[in-house]
Design a binder for this molecule. Sequence first.
Ligand SMILES: C[S@@+](CC[C@H](N)C(=O)[O-])C[C@H]1O[C@@H](n2cnc3c(N)ncnc32)[C@H](O)[C@@H]1O
Length: 396
Amino acid sequence: MQDASPLTAILESVLKESMGLNISSMGTSVIKHAINRRMRTLGIDNTFQYLQKIKASVVELHELIDEVAVNETWFFRDEAPFLALGEYAAGFTRHNKGQVLRLLSIPCSSGEEPYSMAITLLEAGLPAAGFVIDAVDISRQSLNRAREGVYRGHSFRSPLAQRYQRYFTKTRQGYALDPAVKALVRFHRGNLIHLNRTLASAAYQVIFCRNLLIYLDASFHQQAINTFENLLAADGLLFVGHAEAGIFSGSRFVQAPYPKAFAFHKRGQTPPLAQAPADPGAGGQEVQPRGPSAGFVESERRDLELERHEELLRQNGPSAELFLKLAAIFETKRDWGSAIKMLKKAIYLDPNSIEAVDMLAAIYQRLGDEKNYQACLNRGRRIVNRMTASMPAEEA
Ligand SMILES: C[S@@+](CC[C@H](N)C(=O)[O-])C[C@H]1O[C@@H](n2cnc3c(N)ncnc32)[C@H](O)[C@@H]1O
């Protein structure tokens, strides 16, 4: 196949304009691989012809976007945002009786994030009619998988996800999500950089926009922040990825006091955490939180879990998965030194463990260790690049 760098550069600028992509966040070679895969699929053997095709066909542009998109996601990714969501939702319901909580997940990828939000709310005691979740992504392939709601083991790599296995049924195709939970999320195809055109204007109390801004060209960051300002309710919370929090410095958003959740609220608004618990004697239907926020941090249960995992370690020998679980326990006990040690061991055993690198980055950031934090971010990017480069054309 001929290589035509200037033409590839034009295709890169098409991707930048159409999906806001920052080419250097992925690297030109990843983009070139994606273009080559599309050309092979179409039987086109020169880049000029492919460029003509893209210009003539929106369908092909969408195919290329699907090919380039990094869809990596999993249930209860990072955990802390979901613990914060459970607390916020229980507080919101206590203080706004009868009001429906509106939530948005963008980008939702293959659905693990918005479905985790739904499970969190159910576990926090909200009735199904008490909330509405919109989920948006640019990738049609991802949305199809999300609507299908059938998942493989790697979607359950977070310890919290494993706790909620009861919402899934094992089938020959994978783990199928309970249809009642599936029905709680409305999926839409949409583009963050044109979002206002996609969604109705009613405000959302909660927006999850995690692990997209890092792939966006910096010229779209302000536009995205403006969109969140328009879409977020006055007392709402915006959750972003840990590598994305810096984008909001100097903006009209300030960090909410939910440790490790990377949550923001509008400047000048009362932090949602400050919502005092309702007086249980005040009447009305009291919501009983029974989910991740209730009891999840109980130190006794943590200690027992720690013992159980250490026993497993003695019996079965080391594994990245086990070290990750131990790190998560030390993290909740705020024993940062031990958590870091466990994460380093997990990464040694599985150098592609994006979750371990993610957690390590979050700890270093929390400790104000900028050098190690940046090193983790770079390592994370390299893993994502490797994963994207090795993806077969038909599988994201
Ligand atoms: C790494 S996933 C993040 C999924 C989830 N939020 C999480 O954190 O696990 C990134 C997703 O962004 C989507 N995406 C990329 N550009 C987009 C855009 N301009 N608008 C909406 N979604 C986009 C991709 O299709 C992909 O599914």
